[in-house]
Write a new protein. Structure first.
Length: 182
């Protein structure tokens, strides 16, 4: 009969516990109703720092008349639903994708520091979308195409997140990457 050393016993015990836990997780997953989110998913949505999946819209959407963006500032009301920040300097409007260019986590607005920040790896961007010194993101946030379109209630701004513009590829000079306020 072979007696286990302390090291062998510890390794064997850890292996058994790991295998048992993995088996419980897979059984729990098989028993979950597909319409009910798992506890891990609930924790992820509650924990703002773990928001990783981009929620950038996949088709053009309206954000209202140009008059609603004459005041300089960052308009974040479309961030949670469309994944876009609208930025106005009082002369032009841009729509910045909220998706971090480092590992595609969704950025957030920090009005106190006047930056966008990525909760995943702490990259920061100024209000123009330019990454700050020391950021893991090596390029600015992307701009989404903007246009004025006629609607039943007058002309409105349309954001097209399927058409994006990168500063590092000199695409920010494209007229559709910003909208002039007249």
């Amino acid at each position: 009969m072979h007696h286990l050393t302390r090291r062998e016993f510890t390794f064997a015990t850890a292996s058994i516990v790991t295998l048992a836990a993995a088996g419980c997780d897979s059984q729990a997953d098989q028993g979950n109703n597909q319409t009910e989110p798992s506890a891990a998913a609930n924790n992820e949505t509650k924990d703002e720092g773990k928001e990783k999946k981009p929620k950038l819209a996949t088709e053009p959407f309206l954000i209202g008349p140009i008059s609603g963006y004459r005041q300089p500032g960052v308009y974040a009301q479309h961030r949670d639903t469309q994944g876009v920040f609208v930025v106005s300097d009082g002369k032009t409007i841009t729509a910045l994708s909220g998706v971090c260019t480092h590992l595609a986590c969704m950025t957030k607005l920090d009005q106190d520091r006047q930056i966008f920040y990525c909760p995943c790896h702490k990259s920061t961007f100024d209000y123009n979308g330019i990454q700050q010194d020391g950021a893991k993101a090596k390029r600015p946030l992307e701009r989404c195409a903007l246009s004025l379109v006629p609607t039943d209630s007058g002309r409105q701004i349309q954001v097209d997140p399927t058409r994006r513009f990168r500063k590092d590829k000199d695409q920010w000079s494209d007229p559709a990457s910003e909208l002039k306020i007249s």
